[in-house]
Design a protein around this ligand. Structure first.
Ligand code: 5AD
Ligand code: SF4
Length: 461
């Protein structure tokens, strides 16, 4: 019999990408063969996100297409995994297209569930029943082993790897679904993270990004010692062969100075902080249960710039949170002007079923107003970045090359016909330049000649 083919579609954040990569390797090692074409697959796996309704709608429309595919390919099986699977459970299993529903906590079971639906022609559901109940150690070990076994350099952009430092979230921001779909906050043992890092470096990885929903909350008790994120960054940075180490995403609440200090002191720790403020209005921050004021946030950013002078700061904001007045919105615009972000992601509030905001507060800001605020804030962010980025003109920056650029940028072909490459600096700036494709995964120096709000352009030195 020919090996079964799988097609894997990923929606959502870095955590999901990581999970999809692990599953890709687990299925490959079980004899399944990957296909880029959904039409050729025996099993389609969709890894889903629930953070906004839009993310869920895209999955549902995808499932609609698959319904047609199933008519012509009756043997096709479909698995929906990830956050939306955990949130909807049985409701998703009722969908005509769906054969398997599995939550993020059941990732390690997915290969077996897939075998089973082929063998039994039955459907399967595996989600966590009481998601906020503290997880048992055995289950954590299963997930950790899955992660260790199936993590590989092949999951990632050349030379770059993501390692999970934490699972779940305990913050309960009132708008956010994450605590209900990824469960309680749990830090992974440092030796596990470090062993994974060493293994990846041995296979050619040069940049490691530590992942967590609120990564600065990383804690691990070992005898008398409490490991923090700063300790973990230091130990990863001690690994010979690691060139850069970074971490996402930080939560402004309880952000210790030690993290800024390792950034300032250790050359391998990238001076880049993704630290969402979400709003600049104290009233809205309170309604969001963020646990800080805008003054606290701005003081923290001032401290970050004082400790790490060239630090690049990125943020997220939600516009149109219930009750957001023009004044609240202005406070957010003001905070953005004060902080001078490298870039920001701006989202329109989307009520998530079961969260406190959805249950207690009416989604009372019309979509057009959310849209307008979204555009205006992006405009402010871009104007500032455009001004600030001009300082790079004439400078030479070290860049980790990702590969050929997918977009046709402004400074297209050069005389020796090298393609356009894209890469990032330690500060996470996107750099576009011409060079041989063989540079993918290497560190190079690029002299910057032109800049825009989101991209720096230059020539290879
Ligand atoms: N509506 C809109 N944006 C949201 N985010 C999280 N939950 C919601 C929601 N319900 C945004 C936050 C977070 C990012 C990952 O998604 O800004 O930082
Ligand atoms: Fe959501 Fe807050 Fe957790 Fe981020 S920190 S995932 S915004 S609950």
């Amino acid at each position: 019999m020919n090996p079964r083919k799988f097609h894997l579609k990923n929606f959502g954040c870095q955590m999901n990408k990581l999970d999809s990569g692990l599953l890709f390797n687990a299925l490959s090692s079980r004899g399944y063969v990957h296909t880029e074409k959904a039409g050729e697959a025996d099993i389609i796996i969709i890894n889903t996100c629930s953070v906004r309704q839009h993310a869920e709608d895209r999955v549902l429309s995808h499932l609609g297409h698959i319904k047609h595919l199933k008519k012509t390919h009756p043997a096709l099986r479909v698995a929906v995994i990830g956050c939306m699977a955990q949130r909807l459970g049985e409701e998703l299993l009722q969908h005509d297209s769906v054969d398997i529903v599995a939550g993020p906590g059941q990732l390690a079971e997915v290969p077996r569930l897939i075998d089973e639906v082929f063998d039994t022609h039955d459907s399967r559901m595996a989600i966590t029943e009481s998601i906020r109940r503290p997880d048992n150690l055995e289950h954590q070990q299963i997930l950790d082993e899955f992660e260790m076994n199936y993590d590989s350099d092949k999951n990632h952009i050349k030379s770059q790897a993501f390692i999970r430092a934490m699972r779940g979230c305990n913050n309960f921001c009132t708008y956010c679904i994450v605590p209900y779909v990824r469960g309680p906050e749990i830090s992974r043992p440092p030796e596990m993270v470090l062993e994974q890092a060493r293994k990846l470096v041995d296979s050619g990885i040069r940049q490691i990004t530590l992942l967590g929903q609120s990564i600065n909350a990383y804690r691990w008790q070992q005898g008398d010692k409490t490991w923090t994120l700063a300790d973990l960054l230091e130990k990863v940075s001690d690994i010979a062969g690691v060139h850069w180490v970074r971490f996402i995403t930080s939560n402004p609440g309880h952000f210790d100075d030690s993290i800024l200090q390792v950034m300032a002191d250790l050359p391998k720790v990238c001076p880049y902080l993704h630290i969402p403020a979400q709003s600049g209005s104290d009233r809205i921050l309170k309604a969001m249960n963020r646990g800080y004021t805008s003054a606290y946030y701005m003081a923290l950013m001032d401290k970050a710039r004082a400790t790490v002078p060239d630090i690049a700061i990125a943020g997220d904001f939600i516009v149109g949170f219930p009750g957001e007045t023009h004044q609240d919105y202005q406070a957010t615009a003001e905070l953005i002007r004060r902080v001078r972000y490298k870039n920001c992601f701006i989202f329109k509030y989307s009520p998530r079923p079961g969260t406190r905001a959805e249950q207690k507060l009416a989604d009372d800001i019309p979509d057009e107003l959310k849209q307008q605020r979204n555009m205006e804030l992006l405009e402010i962010v871009n104007q500032i970045a455009e001004q600030d980025n001009q300082r790079f003109i004439g400078k030479t920056l070290e860049v980790l090359v990702e590969g050929p650029s997918k977009k046709a940028h402004l400074n297209a072909a050069n005389s020796d016909n090298n393609p356009q490459l894209i890469g990032r600096t330690a500060h996470d700036y996107i750099v576009v330049f011409n060079g041989p494709a063989s540079l993918a995964g290497h560190f190079v120096n690029v002299s910057i000649s032109k800049t825009s709000a989101l991209t720096l352009f230059g020539t290879l030195v």
